[in-house]
Write a protein of this length. Structure first.
Length: 327
């Protein structure tokens, strides 16, 4: 992949807060509307991001009066799809369904990242989502206070599964552990399914996973979800507390959101934003998101920019301290 020079991330985030139409290319609105809008999903087909993107595309097609289609470009921890959109023409025809990994983690841990934060114009924050903290049903802590007590009794000895040291789940857990004043040992596995198998076999003490994995484990009584890493309870599991109920103000969320190439004209960004916000009102989409433990977001491009700034301020300090090989 071609490498480009980058300004510091905070400078890029400041650029995201500026108007996305500062350098507007000439564009014939009528001819653009005749071509399909493509949402690039940087994950393989079939996952929650892919399904949600397709539901949004269907609704946006009706709102925009032009086809909206989804194209999967997985690879490189979302880098492949993100770079493709960063290099696309800023004509409103190519969008990225970015994830927390794309602009929260990769810019900190990848020194040769082939895109920069300022290569994108925020369109709309689609969803945010917490992670479920799960203990063993038999013999595990029954709630957060019991977990804290057990971890303090065995400093650094309790274990939890992750998909790697710089993944969303591990960094989320590190933020929670730091706030609670406890230490645990992370164990890396290749994917949630392998983690779950290890957990069910008793090889690790706890899991921290997104809703798509956490909720079935909870409902099927394969483990006990003692908290979500959110500031409020999740609608689909009202019986499970949020971590903020034990540590006021603590909230660790990842996200999905639509981005356009930088320099996309402001009027096109606003048009896409309006269609995306309307898509979030679709009952099927809302049901799917709620089922997976996500919070619907929406809002303006400027609000998305502010959210990205806050996420960087929250995640960067711990990511910067992790002693991991740099590519």
């Amino acid at each position: 992949m071609a490498k480009t020079s980058r300004r510091p991330l905070l400078g890029g985030l400041a650029g995201l807060l500026a108007s996305p139409g500062l350098a507007r290319p000439a564009l014939a609105q009528g001819s653009a509307a005749a071509r399909p809008v493509t949402i690039i999903v940087p994950f393989a087909p079939g996952g929650s991001t892919d399904v949600v993107s397709r539901l949004m595309a269907e609704r946006m097609t009706a709102s925009l009066g032009q086809p909206v289609q989804v194209e999967n470009r997985p690879g490189g921890n979302t880098i492949v799809g993100a770079e493709y959109v960063a290099r696309a023409r800023p004509d409103g025809q190519t969008l990225l369904m970015a994830a927390g990994t794309t602009l929260t983690i990769n810019p900190v841990i990848q020194p040769n990242l082939p895109y920069a934060v300022e290569d994108f114009a925020p369109v709309m924050l689609a969803t945010t989502f917490p992670f479920g903290i799960i203990t063993r049903l038999e013999g595990g802590p029954v709630d957060v206070p019991a977990w804290v007590a057990a971890a303090r009794a065995r400093p650094g000895q309790m274990t939890y599964g992750t998909n790697g040291p710089t993944t969303l789940t591990n960094v989320a857990m590190l933020m929670v552990l730091e706030r609670l004043g406890i230490t645990m040992q992370d164990v890396t596995y290749r994917g949630d399914s392998v983690q779950l198998s290890a957990f069910l076999a008793g090889d690790i003490d706890m899991l921290i996973v997104a809703g798509g994995t956490a909720q079935p484990v909870h409902r099927n009584r394969q483990g006990r979800m003692i908290a979500w890493t959110s500031g409020r309870r999740v609608e689909s599991t009202p019986e499970v507390p949020s971590i903020a109920e034990f540590a006021p103000g603590l909230e660790v969320l990842s996200w999905f959101g639509l981005l356009a190439p930088a320099r996309t004209p402001a009027e096109l960004v606003q048009r896409l934003n309006a269609a995306a916000n309307q898509a979030l009102q679709d009952p099927r989409l809302r049901e799917r998101l709620v089922t997976e433990g996500q919070f619907l977001a929406g809002g303006t491009p400027q609000e998305f920019s502010e959210f990205l700034r806050r996420s960087d301020a929250q995640w960067r300090p711990i990511l910067s301290r992790l002693n991991v090989p740099r590519n």
